[in-house]
Ligand binder design. Structure first.
Ligand code: NAP
Length: 498
């Protein structure tokens, strides 16, 4: 834990410095991180409002078969909370949920969290954020932190007849565990990371599994590995091992995928080679042809899976590439006229990657609404702060370096950035802080200049892109992001004394 700033805040508080109240929205990975930062700094006057009945964000919402994180487990942890108990190289979703629950409990964050409490509306009035909760109660605080995650509003497709299906149908993030899968004819619509993770486990129980593909995906193989009990005991005894693995995986991802996607060069060539050689493991030429994307690897988020290609070649699996004409009571009718009869239909069409804290309503200074501020799409200075919205921070906001990287170090850096601003508030450097329009314009000009070098603009469609096709991602390396947010640059901010 970066203790310097937090120790300084603690010392300031002991000397009687004014201490703000902080409201955190969401008890997922980043909200928990923010809560820990506040506790470690000795700031007790804060609350985390969580709309659901338990913590976990995306790991609470997603419970589909095969759910795992494609970031290695030792790197998919808080840097300050190594976990010796990971059972696999790629952590299963349920273990990640358990990990966050244990960290939440360890730090005693339950005392600061209100579950089943959605925030309906926030307004910045007279130097404070006034918050209306959906349950009719109100609250207020000097600082507001949105830790709402990126992918939490599901994207349901607008396919003709979707509601007419008479079998069982649900979105991947709303898995219905009461539905029997054994011996059923299961259809999956979509071929993103989610869909491809579930193909292998579903193929083991389904009588027939049909994958409806609109666009093929590039897939790299990264074999999973089960950790032995002996290994887990060793890591538990020698904490430095987990830390060394964290650093090793971090370095490896930053040096390979982290750079391949933002700059042409040998890393991108290597990524292309890895994807192409993995595709060559599909033996049937015709199937391989249909699984071959027509865009560059990395343009859409690369799928990491060692079991998708083997599974889709099984006799009980079918890849359907004819586009969907409509959904009918019995299944999916494709353009070639064929009816693919199904008992269970899983909708894996992803999420609205531009929702962030919405549908919550927000009004900043002088009545400016978030809808006004984001008319042309979500914008924030280095994904953290928005002009007109004082004393407000976003964790994992727009243009965070999220493509195939762990979001945890980002949330750690971003929450520390917020803490550094809170420290300055306690030192009376300002009463209100918000980024200057010109700083944001300058940032977006730099982003715009760098984006053409990235693979995300090389010609594909993905949830990364806004309506104009501009990807809302950080177009440089994750290391550069961490260094640019290491310290708030006050020249970029309007500092208001009231
Ligand atoms: P996604 O990547 O957005 O994929 C959605 C899929 O649905 C695409 O194949 C898309 O096709 C298809 N689709 C959308 N609308 C459709 C329609 N009307 N008809 C037919 N097909 C349609 O969603 P996701 O797979 O849920 O993944 C979202 C993100 O979650 C990932 O990119 C990743 O960041 C995260 N995730 C991470 C992990 C992990 O291991 N870390 C695992 C799962 C998910 P097109 O490509 O043609 O648009």
């Amino acid at each position: 834990m970066e203790s310097n700033t937090l120790d300084q805040i603690r010392a300031l508080k002991q000397k009687g410095a004014r201490t703000p109240r902080v409201i955190v929205i969401g008890a997922g990975m980043s909200g928990i991180c923010m809560g820990i930062r506040l506790l470690e700094a000795g700031i007790e006057d804060f609350v985390i409002y969580e709309k659901k009945e338990k913590i976990g964000g995306t790991w609470r919402e997603n419970t589909y078969p095969g759910l795992a994180c494609d970031v290695p487990s030792y790197f998919y942890t808080y840097s300050f909370e190594p976990n010796p108990n990971w059972t696999h190289r790629f952590p299963p979703g349920s273990e990640i949920q358990q990990y966050f629950e244990s960290v939440f409990e360890k730090y005693g964050l339950a005392a600061h969290t209100q579950f089943n409490t959605e925030i309906a509306d926030c307004r910045f009035e007279e130097g404070r954020w006034q918050v209306d909760l959906a349950n009719g109660k109100t609250d207020s605080a000097e600082f507001l932190v949105a830790a709402t995650g990126v992918l939490h509003q599901i994207n349901m497709p607008t396919i003709k007849g979707l509601e007419s299906f008479e079998g069982k149908q649900f979105h991947s993030a709303r898995w219905d565990h009461d539905v029997e899968l054994k011996g059923k004819r299961i259809g999956i619509i979509g071929t993103g990371s989610t869909a491809l993770q579930m193909v292998s486990p579903l193929s083991e129980v389904a009588e027939k599994l049909t994958l409806f593909q609109r666009t093929a995906q590039w897939v790299i193989a990264a074999p999973d590995k089960q950790y032995s009990e002996g290994w887990k005991r060793l890591v538990a005894r020698h904490a430095w091992l987990a830390t060394a693995l964290y650093r090793g995986y971090k370095f490896m991802i930053e040096q390979t995928l982290g750079k391949a996607v933002v700059k042409p060069g040998w890393r991108r060539t290597l990524l292309n080679w890895m994807c192409e050689s993995n595709l060559k493991t599909v033996k049937d030429r015709e199937l391989r042809h249909r699984l071959t994307p027509t865009y560059e690897p990395g343009c859409k988020r690369v799928v990491v899976s060692s079991n998708f290609y083997p599974a889709i070649q099984k006799p009980n699996c079918a890849l359907v590439t004819d586009s969907i004409e409509r959904i009918e009571a019995a299944g999916v009718r494709t353009r070639d006229g064929e009816l693919h009869e199904l008992d269970v239909m899983v909708i894996c069409t992803g999420f609205d990657g531009f929702a962030f804290m919405r549908p919550m309503a927000m009004t900043g200074r002088d009545g400016v609404t978030l809808a006004d501020a984001w008319k042309k799409g979500p914008r924030a200075l280095r994904s953290l702060t928005i002009p007109g919205f004082p004393n407000f921070f976003m964790l994992i906001g727009p243009h965070s370096p999220i493509g195939n990287y762990s979001l945890i170090p980002l949330a750690e850096g971003q929450s520390m950035y917020a803490m550094k601003c809170i420290k300055m508030y306690m030192e009376k450097t300002f009463d209100e802080i918000e980024p200057k329009e010109e700083a944001v314009a300058n940032f977006y000009q730099r982003v715009g200049e760098a984006l053409p070098d990235t693979v995300w603009t090389s010609g594909c469609q993905s949830w990364y892109q806004d309506e104009d096709g501009v990807p809302a991602l950080w177009p440089w390396s994750p290391q550069r992001y961490m260094s640019e947010i290491a310290d708030p640059d006050l020249a970029e901010y309007a500092l208001i004394q009231s």
